[in-house]
Design a protein. Structure first.
Length: 350
């Protein structure tokens, strides 16, 4: 129904406007008491789907990637669509509008999206107020730096976000891989990245002691455009700093073999969706193989079918996330992935 009736109608309008409309509709459905119906349609409960990864118990391995619910406005409502976890953000210390519009483009022939949003968000402290209400789902907090913060002061921004969110999220994601904040990807280099993660580890210990709680898992979200030498550095950094794991991958700046009209494919920004699937899976496999599975990996990038998700899990991912697939395939994709996992278990005699 979604692909036949709803998506064609939504795709008649500007992508960012439709994103806001989708938020309104999901919130409205919840306010009208439709949550039980949505859960009956989309949620797949089965103990065989449960995963314990970096100390957290996930109801199932399919999550919603950062970027959809940037400001933590819809995380409880999104739990009605069967996700095992929702990642909010990217959040920055100060509110920022992001890059000038138009900044979100559909490449329908490629089942892809180009975005250059630029960490548009209302600021971490605004999000915290909403996160104070009870969570129905595991929440990840994706954190970044403000555009005007120079890289040599970036650690301060990440620490501000970390401190503000510590009591309200289940795990953290350090975003140094978005292509839409000038100079941000320079923080992926070995020296600045090691320094950043070490400081976050120290802050993690301080926050845990102050709140008499456990430290929160810290993950690193990386670019698909890294070379093998850079991926080797990532492995060394993750192992040496002892952070919880890696999210592979963010969007790509590559534009090879696209079918869509040149006007859209030449837009600047990060490309997500089907063209990213192979590369993100390659990065997952490389990290898993070269590290001998030394740390957990969340696989994201180009998951538009259950087979795409299984490819990433088979390559070494422990969990997966969707975003563009949620837009192109609709909420049934989550259930279809979980159903495919259950069918695989049954075939294996599980």
């Amino acid at each position: 129904m979604y692909k036949i009736l709803i998506r064609p109608l939504l795709f008649l309008f500007d992508a960012e406007s439709v994103h806001q409309l989708t938020f309104y509709l999901i919130k409205a459905l919840s306010n009208l008491g439709m949550a039980p119906l949505l859960k009956s349609v989309y949620v797949k409960n089965d103990p065989r789907l449960e995963r314990t990864v970096f100390g957290l118990k996930f109801a199932n391995p399919v999550g919603l990637a950062a970027g959809f619910d940037k400001d933590a406005k819809l995380f409880n409502e999104l739990s009605n669509f069967g996700f095992g976890f929702v990642e909010i953000g990217t959040l920055t210390p100060k509110p920022q509008e992001g890059n000038p519009k138009k900044r979100l483009f559909r490449l329908q022939a490629d089942e892809a999206i180009i975005n250059r949003m630029g960490f548009n968000n209302d600021g971490v402290f605004d999000a915290v107020e909403r996160l104070k209400k009870k969570h129905k789902i595991l929440i990840g907090g994706n954190i970044g730096k403000n555009k005007l913060t120079p890289n040599d002061e970036a650690i301060k921004d990440y620490l501000i976000c970390f401190d503000a969110l510590f009591d309200y999220v289940d795990y953290f994601v350090v975003n140094v891989s978005s292509p839409n904040t000038p100079g941000l990807r320079e923080l992926q280099e070995k020296e600045p990245l090691t320094a950043l993660l070490k400081e976050l580890n120290k802050e993690n210990e301080k926050c845990a002691l102050a709140s008499r709680s456990k430290r929160k898992p810290i993950l690193l979200k990386i670019s698909p455009d890294l070379t093998n030498d850079q991926l080797n550095d990532i492995i060394t950094i993750v192992v040496s700093t002892k952070i919880a794991g890696v999210i592979a991958t963010n969007t790509t700046i590559e534009r090879t073999s696209l079918k869509s009209h040149l006007v859209n494919t030449e837009e600047k920004g990060g490309l997500s969706g089907k063209p990213l699937a192979q590369r993100s899976t390659e990065v997952i496999r490389y990290l898993a193989d070269k590290s001998n599975k030394a740390f957990p990996i969340i696989g994201v990038g180009g998951i538009l079918s259950p087979e795409d998700a299984l490819d990433k899990l088979n390559a070494g991912a422990d969990l997966v996330q969707i975003y563009t697939g949620f837009i192109y395939e609709g909420p049934s994709l989550v259930k279809r992935i979980n159903q495919a996992l259950l069918e695989r278990y049954e075939m294996q005699g599980g």
